[in-house]
Ligand binder design. Structure first.
Ligand SMILES: *[C@@H]1O[C@H](CO)[C@@H](O)[C@H](O)[C@H]1NC(C)=O
Ligand SMILES: *[C@@H]1O[C@H](CO)[C@@H](O)[C@H](O)[C@H]1NC(C)=O
Ligand SMILES: CC(=O)N[C@H]1CO[C@H](CO)[C@@H](O)[C@@H]1O
Ligand SMILES: CC(=O)N[C@H]1CO[C@H](CO)[C@@H](O)[C@@H]1O
Length: 501
């Protein structure tokens, strides 16, 4: 081996991983087709000997995590892009997706072996190693009908009671078993966080799951108790939550045509609910360590969150912030970096993202670029993670009972017994696989025409992710003063991850 190394600087990896079974539809790139018998894998990541690095590349032309190993060359005085691990920023919280009803329904529509291949793609060491999962508290728009956990008796009982609160069949069919299987595949607990879409209808002034119907003040405490009961019943199933949010997109009602189930809150009444109900109830419960995640809504509304945190009691209860990506192109990154400067003690992460308002397409590299671009922007601006929306949908982008069809990194065609790993799956994988929890963002010099972000891993490895949106390849020299130089040709229209120890 040493001799080979001596004669050839280029080491091609021992090829045990299974290649992408690619298929081209009408888009600019491909999907990787999986079924019960076959699914592409990545070799588990092992620390490399000092002096070596590996580059994994996915691109528009169809490379998927293609690995090339090489050796550092000695430092020169030539123009290089410098890595500086003395400048250290935020820690990684994690990467993941949501265990919606739609996710579960689609996984269950495959046979067990194919379903396991799918979960392995997300959670195993041969997959992209998600460590986080978002769990809706009750139904969302990606359910087959609207529901809460106290529907049956809402006309006779308008306050929370333990006896009248029951988990839904969806929890037992689509969420709990799949979360457990995912944890088995991951080999440890997932970092789960819960978000509620809607309360029981009877607690809202319009009697509906959606629209401009406020939560009645007389039900504010019920709504807090309802959240705690959810945590208790999931704990009885062996599932514990790292975090719980103050509610999914409470400002959805501002868009009058949207029928997404919502508990509308304006910033000031949400402060009252947090300070007098949710905050104290959570902290006094056995789940006092569970993180309370504020906002759980668009970047647009970060200024409203700042208004909330002017209140010291609220500031004391809110541990961190979940941000949704849907309006990001209209709101500059400085909104989140400024928030970090004002509230450095609050962690931040992207708690929801997906390609929405456009039909599902199979194999769009453009969408992969949108994912990678946004993830890098977030990581460069103090965010500690990125959690996708539905982990799995059908090829129409559902089921969704309000016909809010969207795209997903994995789509299932159950009639063919297949699922398709979209370019977006690999885009997020270039981060999730290589940036374990507690990796620390370090400095790397900006490069015109490229997006680049670097991290030091908890095992002292270094991971650098590069997005090239240009149609030309790009020669690049990276200098790590502790290691040497990396000479690289960044493929056109690609995402690459460089790792070394
Ligand atoms: C909040 O705390 C800060 C710092 O301790 C203090 O200066 C400020 O007066 C407090 N504000 C309120 C509303 O209590
Ligand atoms: C990483 O480096 C630090 C400082 O050099 C050392 O103390 C620590 O043991 C290393 N950790 C691992 C996992 O190698
Ligand atoms: C079916 C059921 O458990 N109903 C209960 C709802 O809560 C009220 C008040 O605690 C009880 O009286 C009902 O029996
Ligand atoms: C879900 C639930 O608690 N349903 C109950 C509603 O109330 C009726 C009548 O008291 C019960 O029979 C249901 O079990």
């Amino acid at each position: 081996m040493q001799r080979t190394l001596f004669f050839s600087m280029l080491l091609l990896s021992a090829n045990c991983s299974k290649k992408c079974n690619s298929r081209k539809y009408d888009q600019d790139s491909i999907v990787c087709v999986c079924n019960a018998d076959y699914c592409d894998t990545i070799d588990p990541l092992e620390p490399l000997p000092k002096g070596e690095y590996a580059v994994y590349t996915s691109d528009k032309n169809g490379m998927r995590f293609e690995k090339v190993s090489n050796r550092f060359t000695s430092l020169t005085n030539q123009k290089t892009v410098k890595i500086n691990r003395n400048n250290r920023y935020q820690e990684i919280i994690g990467f993941g997706g949501a265990f919606t009803d739609a996710t579960g329904i689609n996984i269950n529509s495959l046979n067990a072996k194919a379903g396991t291949n799918l979960l392995k793609s997300y959670f195993s060491k041969e997959g992209i190693e998600y460590n986080m999962g978002r769990v809706p508290i009750g139904g969302t728009d990606f359910s087959t009908h609207g529901y809460s956990y106290m529907d049956d008796n809402e006309s006779i009982e308008t306050h929370f009671t333990v006896r009248n609160f029951t988990l839904a069949k969806e929890d037992f069919n689509y969420k709990i078993p799949l979360i457990k299987e995912s944890e088995l595949i991951l080999g440890r607990k997932l970092k789960l966080f819960a978000s509620a879409w809607t309360s029981p209808k009877a607690w809202k002034t319009n009697g509906k799951y959606y629209g401009l119907g406020y939560l009645r003040k007389t039900n504010f405490q019920d709504w807090a108790d309802y959240h705690i009961r959810f945590l208790e019943l999931y704990e009885q199933q062996g599932l514990n939550f790292w975090g719980i949010s103050t509610g999914n997109e409470p400002l959805n009602y501002l868009l009058p045509f949207i029928k997404i189930p919502t508990v509308p809150f304006f910033w000031n009444n949400q402060v009252e609910w947090i300070n007098e109900h949710m905050g104290p109830t959570l902290r006094k419960s056995k789940f006092s360590e569970t993180k309370l995640i504020g906002l759980d809504d668009q970047r647009t509304f970060v200024p409203l969150l700042e208004l909330q945190l002017l209140n010291n009691v609220t500031r004391g209860f809110i541990d961190g912030v979940g941000v949704h990506w849907y309006m990001d192109k209209y709101i500059p990154n400085s909104v989140i970096s400024n928030f970090h400067r004002k509230y450095p003690e609050k962690f931040m992460f992207a708690s929801e993202a997906c390609i929405s308002s456009e039909p599902v397409v199979l194999g769009s590299w453009d969408r992969a670029e949108r994912y990678a671009d946004n993830i890098i922007d977030d990581l460069l601006n103090f965010m500690g993670g990125w959690v996708d929306w539905n982990m799995v949908l059908n090829v129409k982008g559902g089921p969704t009972y309000i016909n809010n069809f969207v795209d997903s990194p994995i789509l299932v065609d159950s009639s063919a017994g297949e699922f398709y790993k979209q370019p977006t799956f690999y885009a997020i994988g270039h981060f999730s696989k290589f940036l374990p929890e507690r990796s620390i963002h370090i400095d790397v010099e900006k490069q015109r025409g490229l997006k680049i972000v670097a991290f030091e891993r908890p095992d002292n490895g270094t991971a650098i992710i590069i997005l090239n949106k240009k149609i030309k390849s790009r020669a690049l020299k990276l200098a790590d003063p502790d290691r040497g130089e990396i000479i690289l040709n960044v493929a056109p229209k690609s995402v690459s991850t460089i790792v070394y120890w």
